[in-house]
Design a protein around this ligand. Structure first.
Ligand code: AMP
Length: 583
């Protein structure tokens, strides 16, 4: 088969050499052994992500180097050196100790992208707590579910977000302390009774701290991710993941000492944590955090103002930049950009081709998941890109394509994308659901839930999901979670949710709804249910479309047949309907 190939053009001026391991580098696990030695470790062989990302730099020649350039949504700019982040996170760790937080306790953060989030993230790791960042656009229901499931003891939030979830906090008796950070809160109100002020706590916190002796298998970070059945599951990562986050920062993001790096993802999703916190800082690199949302001109401005050199973003964002037009970027100096990457959804070849004249270089796709903790398949800076392909497995990773019995298939055949377990950033459990965790492993492989094929040259090509999980703007949405929420509306008797293809967002959430007796379909009711969903969940995951049906197709055991709803929506063959319950 002939593939189109794009080679990164040589740009003017000195370019750093890509930091790939030597050609032919071992693809077995021994490569990780060598990398472990590039980290500092704590005396006695202990490992802590906060030490690797912050303290080791703050205690060495990089102490005064800018670690964080923060640009607030109102244009404020603050900078923090590695020494600043060490001091502040040591203080926050002491705050947590004074509140009785112990190793293994869960601290969740429901925050915008403000410096306090990053400081608290490391402070919590320094006392051995497990950190769970939540997406700040969530409504009360997803926040309640995640806090309840994780048994979080501490919640760090901000005034407006605190107000948004006020109604569900009484359902969460295991939360012992709500800490409210006032950053950027022009609408600041007096604290509610029982809440603690971040600023007050920090103002008296001691600076001296002895970091917790966490070992490499101690839990450190958890992210909830969507499946097709049941509520989202908390994928738990260990401190050991830093080995691979560091390695992929070097190999895939191609981070070098003088880079200014910008990851556009929110830490509520795994990319914003693994690559918006851990990878750049474990590499001692300066990173930009932009609190604002998407706006083409504002994004180009961020690149120009901070002279961003390495940029990690997502296909939907690139498609939105395309939509804004090729004229807009001409008003900005984007010449600082040296390397551009994308993740979260298939990067369509049109997006790469559009980016070539705009950025004077191709965008590099990378593939991974919440469960994998770090990039596993990617296009390296030094590699010829085949537009539309996710690239090749990184050294140390063995990826395979399996048939339905989980046996390997040869090149060119479609099947389950699977990975040989044991990579350092692999998730170690789903919180309180070991059965579900075990179900992800078959015949010595981790089954990713994606369908793909591998060509004769070892490039992997994404084909779709093997389940009903919806990917909207790079965020996985559980149809079950949306259906459960819709059923809480007084008019809804049944709900079935599918992903409907969309040129911009890849998929949008579409809900089919059967109404209870006494309710009639109307535009008014459709708007009301949409508003209800947006308030309870988040605009992002709430159904974009609602269609009323007299009843929904179900199996004889009563399960809504989403597959059939989708086939009917797309005008595709209905497939096997032998289990369909006749009305
Ligand atoms: P999450 O766990 O939320 O990070 O989502 C992971 C899922 O996003 C993967 O299992 C894929 O379905 C999808 N995904 C991530 N990266 C890519 C990519 N480069 N190409 C296609 N799909 C991707």
């Amino acid at each position: 088969m002939d593939y189109q190939v794009i080679r990164k053009p040589k740009t003017e001026g000195p370019q750093p050499e890509p930091q790939l391991p030597a050609p032919g580098a071992s693809c077995d696990g021994s490569i990780w052994q060598a990398l472990q030695e590039e980290l500092s470790w704590l005396p006695g062989g202990f490992l802590n992500k906060a030490h690797e990302c912050i303290d080791r730099h703050a205690l060495g020649p990089l102490a005064g180097k800018t670690a964080l350039i923060w640009e607030g949504k109102n244009g404020e700019i603050e900078t923090y050196s590695f020494a600043d982040l060490k001091r502040e996170s040591d203080k926050f760790a002491n705050v947590l100790l004074s509140l009785g937080v112990e190793k293994g306790d869960r601290l969740f953060m429901f925050m915008e992208r403000v410096p306090e989030l990053y400081i608290a993230f490391f402070g919590a790791l320094k006392v051995g707590a497990v950190v769970g960042p939540l997406f700040s656009a969530f409504g009360p229901d997803p926040v309640r579910d995640r806090l309840a499931d994780s048994g979080a003891r501490i919640l760090l939030t901000q005034p407006a977000l605190r107000r948004r979830i006020a109604e569900v906090l009484p359902d969460l008796p295991r939360i012992q302390h709500v800490i409210v950070a006032n950053k950027g809160s022009r609408d600041a109100e007096p604290l509610l009774a029982g809440d603690l002020s971040y600023e007050d706590l920090m103002s008296t916190a001691p600076v001296e701290l002895e970091i917790a002796k966490t070992n490499m298998f101690d839990h450190s970070v958890m992210h909830y991710t969507s499946g097709t059945t049941g509520k989202p599951k908390g994928a738990v990562h260990c401190h050991q993941a830093i080995i691979q986050q560091y390695a992929t920062g070097k190999w895939v993001l191609d981070l070098h000492e003088d880079d200014v790096y910008w990851c556009t993802a929110d830490p509520g999703w795994v990319t914003g944590t693994s690559y918006g916190i851990l990878a750049p800082w474990s590499n001692g690199v300066t990173q930009v955090v932009y609190e604002g949302g998407f706006k083409a001109s504002a994004w180009y401005e961020v690149i120009e103002r901070h002279k961003v050199t390495v940029w990690y973003t997502a296909p939907t964002a690139i498609r939105m930049l395309m939509k804004a037009g090729a004229e807009v970027p001409k008003h900005y100096d984007l010449s600082s950009l040296r390397h551009i990457l994308s993740v979260g959804e298939p990067l369509n070849p049109e997006a790469i081709m559009w980016g070539l004249p705009v950025f004077k270089q191709p965008i590099h796709d990378s593939w991974w998941q919440t469960e994998t903790g770090a990039i596993l398949i990617s296009n390296y800076a030094s590699m010829d890109i085949r537009p539309g392909s996710m690239g090749k497995p990184i050294p140390g990773i063995q990826a395979g394509i399996l048939d339905d019995h989980y046996n390997p298939l040869p090149a060119g055949r479609d099947g389950h994308l699977a990975i040989r377990p044991g990579w350092p950033s692999m998730f170690r459990t789903y919180w309180s659901d070991p059965e579900k965790y075990n179900s992800r492993f078959r015949k010595g492989w981790y089954i990713t839930g994606d369908r793909a094929y591998c060509d004769e040259d070892g490039y992997f090509w994404f084909l779709g999901r093997t389940d009903d999980v919806i990917n909207t703007t790079g965020h996985l949405v559980s149809p079950f979670e949306v259906e459960s929420m819709l059923l809480e509306h007084p008019a809804v008797a049944e709900a079935g949710v599918i992903g409907k293809p969309d040129p911009l967002a890849m998929e949008v959430v579409k809900a089919f709804v059967a109404l209870k007796d006494g309710y009639e379909p109307s535009d008014q009711l459709r708007r009301e249910i949409t508003g209800f969903a947006r308030k309870k969940m988040a605009a992002l995951v709430a159904p974009r479309e609602i269609e009323f049906l007299p009843s929904l197709p179900k199996t004889r055991s009563g399960k809504i047949m989403r597959r059939l709803l989708k086939a009917r929506e797309l005008g595709l063959p209905e497939g096997d309907t032998s289990t369909l319950e006749e009305d």
